[in-house]
Design a protein around this ligand. Structure first.
Ligand SMILES: Cc1ncc(COP(=O)(O)O)c(C=O)c1O
Length: 480
């Protein structure tokens, strides 16, 4: 995409840093002159004679990506999967219409519901008490909720979850086809899945209609760069394109776009080799971890439990419960003593990501660090503990749509005084960062004690509840 960038012209155009000249010296040295030289606005990239307009170059690159991933139309995104999910919900889920989705969706999905005005029908999710993590939606639960809500206009699933677990996508495709509704898949953590038969089936291969992938999470792509794939005919693709254009900046970063294009070219050439190598490395780590005392790595035995149909071995979920530590404590210990940074640590587990950027050396260092952790805490008793007061967050009741509540007049109240009111904001608890309370849901006493407890545990809350004051935005609406 960048082959037509002309070097050496004196820039009298935006961006204001003028190919790095106006950037702080330290930052310019850190980023490098060459990267800054191509950080240009689209009209400038096209050159004075507009020999290759950037929108045409982008479209060509997107077509190659669509062929690679098996989509009818692919969009490059510079504002992450967040934008892809929001644009898809805006395009396919009209105001007031019901959308079926599991409770553990990412907060960007709730953002999409606020934008579109659609009404969420949350599907109950099975939890694994032993591992302290969400599994999936059981097929029978999907069928039951589907017949309770024949008015539903779409199904949205997360596959894989943060913990690398995938649902029965083929079953979900059958469910949607029988009802003539689209299946949207948040595949933020699964852009690599289609490149190895040893990984769970990708959503596109299973027959999903819209799939959004955070390419930046598992492929060699810069942060923020994502892919939105559509396989539901030209009208749906055109509508989604319209919504992407509505939400996207008119100055997309060429660095982000080029990183997507280059990664797709590399995947086309040797994607299978790269991803297979990551899978091999992950199994190498798994085998080495097997013998470590009091540490357990979530493995294929999880398949078949609570709606889980597949698991991604490159996502290492390591339970540190047997060491008498929380995942948060273990993650901090690994960072301080072994120079290892985990992807996520929750109250029970560490989550570690192996990609094609790893090699034997990095994986062996990880194993060595976990060995030292197991050794350092081997005398300590397992927690079995106090922090497990809540295995899963309480399930709130929806009073009005997220959009109605988010756009209503607001009042900021102390958490302790908010019982019985309608929530006006998205409150997520990180890790793992899923919304526990959405705009339009009733704030119960149980939810208040859950949020206060989560704060005590050192979990990070988003929204106004996050601050020291412990407040919450309530929608000023009469209870319905
Ligand atoms: C399941 C899931 N969906 C969507 C997103 C949003 O992705 P992005 O950061 O690419 O906007 C995330 C980010 O962590 C996620 O975990």
């Amino acid at each position: 995409m960048l082959q037509h960038v002309k070097a050496g012209r004196l820039p009298f155009h935006t961006p204001g840093h003028k190919q790095g000249r106006g950037l702080s010296r330290r930052l310019a040295a850190l980023l490098g002159r060459r990267a800054l030289a191509i950080d240009l606005d689209p009209p400038v990239l096209a050159g004075p004679s507009r020999e290759i307009p950037p929108d045409k170059a982008r479209r060509q690159a997107e077509e190659l990506a669509a062929a690679l991933f098996g989509a009818e139309r692919t969009f490059f995104l510079v504002n992450g999967t967040t934008l892809g999910l929001q644009a898809s919900l805006l395009a396919l889920c009209p105001p007031g219409q019901a959308v079926l989705l599991p409770r553990y969706v990412h907060r960007s999905v709730i953002g999409g519901l606020i934008l579109s005005g659609a009404r969420p029908v949350f599907l109950p999710v099975a939890y694994d008490e032993e591992w302290g993590l969400p599994l999936g939606v059981e097929p029978a639960v999907l069928e039951r909720e589907g017949s309770r809500h024949p008015e539903a206009r779409a199904l949205l699933l997360t596959s894989p979850t943060y913990y690398g677990l995938t649902p029965d996508l083929q079953g979900a495709v059958g469910f949607c086809r029988a009802r003539g509704i689209p299946l949207l898949v948040d595949e933020a953590h699964g852009a690599h899945l289609g490149f190895s038969p040893r990984l769970p089936q990708s959503a596109l291969a299973a027959g999903a209609d819209v799939v959004v992938q955070s390419a930046h999470k598992t492929l060699g792509v810069l942060t923020q760069a994502s892919l939105l794939h559509v396989k539901r005919g030209r009208a749906a693709a055109a509508k989604i394109q319209e919504m992407v254009a509505l939400l996207e900046t008119s100055s997309p970063s060429p660095l982000l776009l080029a990183s997507l294009d280059a990664a797709c070219a590399e995947l086309a050439e040797r994607g299978k080799d790269l991803v297979e190598r990551a899978v091999d490395l992950a199994w190498r780590a798994r085998r080495a971890l097997e013998g470590l005392p009091n540490l357990r790595c979530l493995g294929p035995e999880v398949v078949g439990k609570g709606g889980v149909a597949g698991f991604d071995p490159t996502r290492l979920v390591v339970s540190v419960r047997g060491l008498g530590l929380t995942g948060l404590q273990a993650g901090a210990w690994l960072a301080e003593h072994c120079g290892l940074q985990v992807e996520m640590a929750d109250l029970e587990n560490l989550v570690l990501v192996i990609t094609a950027a790893d090699d034997r050396r990095t994986v062996d260092r990880l194993v060595q660090g976990l060995r030292r952790l197991a050794e350092a805490f081997k005398e300590q008793k397992g927690t079995g503990g106090a922090h497990r007061k809540w295995v899963e967050p309480p399930s709130p009741v929806l009073a009005v749509t997220p959009r109605e509540a988010a756009l209503a007049p607001m009042r900021l109240l102390p958490l302790a005084e908010a019982a019985g009111r309608i929530c006006g904001e998205v409150i997520s608890v990180y890790p793992p960062g899923v919304p526990v309370l959405c705009p339009g849901e009733v704030i119960s006493r149980e939810m208040i004690s859950y949020l206060l407890w989560a704060r005590e545990q050192g979990l990070h809350l988003t929204g106004s509840a996050a601050g020291e004051a412990g407040t919450i935005i309530c929608a000023e609406l009469d209870m319905v």
